[in-house]
Design a protein around this ligand. Structure first.
Ligand SMILES: Nc1nc2c(ncn2[C@@H]2O[C@H](COP(=O)(O)OP(=O)(O)OP(=O)(O)O)[C@@H](O)[C@H]2O)c(=O)[nH]1
Length: 194
């Protein structure tokens, strides 16, 4: 089965839960005392999608303003961007809109954009109505989902939705798109590891 490497970056204000979403997706773990990201961190996870395997190369960027200028390094060449806001912080939704604008102006033309409203376990103190965020996502043809990294709600689904939006390759051997780098598993060998 072909393994398709998909670069994915996470963008969004500091403290919205980007690292927590990645940690939940890759390690199925939640850390209440997680530290703010410095620069960016990198993790991978491979998931089946139809007749392909999608290996997500995940760049979790730092949300603090002082790291903003590094972001192009991470969204450049990305097949998808997950822009995260915190449903309990209206200001984080405004920051999300700035990221959408920046991606539109400087990001890859065919990038899949997913909007994730995180911390939906705290909906009793919500500041961003779900309908407003959903309508905004629709207006820019983005995926929309509310997640809770803490309670493991919709995190797998977020990445599944991204997988589904990536068009399957008609002929993997002829594909030349840089952001959809293809690798193949080595042919079975006679060697045994143990
Ligand atoms: N209640 C709740 N808290 C969460 C959730 N996700 C993250 N948090 C908490 O929010 C805080 C910030 O989480 P991070 O994952 O570090 O946020 P970040 O967006 O990566 O922050 P930066 O690295 O500064 O960009 C931490 O205290 C997390 O434990 C969630 O789904 N629900």
């Amino acid at each position: 089965m072909a393994i398709r490497e998909l670069k994915v970056c996470l963008l969004g204000d500091t403290g919205v839960g980007k690292s927590s979403i990645v940690c939940r997706f890759v390690q199925d773990h939640f850390d209440h005392n997680i530290s703010p990201t410095i620069g960016a961190s990198f993790l991978t996870k491979t998931v089946p999608c139809g007749h392909e395997l999608h290996k997500f190369l995940i760049w979790d960027t730092a949300g603090q303003e002082r790291f903003h200028s590094l972001a192009p390094m991470y969204y450049r060449g990305s097949a998808a961007a997950v822009i995260v806001y915190d449903i309990t912080r209206l200001d984080s939704f405004q920051t999300l809109k700035k990221w959408v604008k920046e991606l539109k102006e400087h990001g890859p033309e065919d990038i899949v954009v997913a909007i994730a409203g995180n911390k939906n376990d705290l909906s009793d103190i919500r500041e961003v109505p779900m309908k407003e965020a959903k309508d905004f996502a629709e207006s820019i043809a983005a995926i929309f989902i509310e997640t809770s990294a803490r309670n493991a709600v919709n995190v797998e689904e977020l990445f599944q939705k991204i997988s589904k939006q990536i068009p399957p390759l008609e002929n993997p051997d002829l594909d030349s798109n840089e952001s959809f780098k293809i690798t193949r598993q080595p042919p079975p060998s006679n060697k045994r590891c143990c």
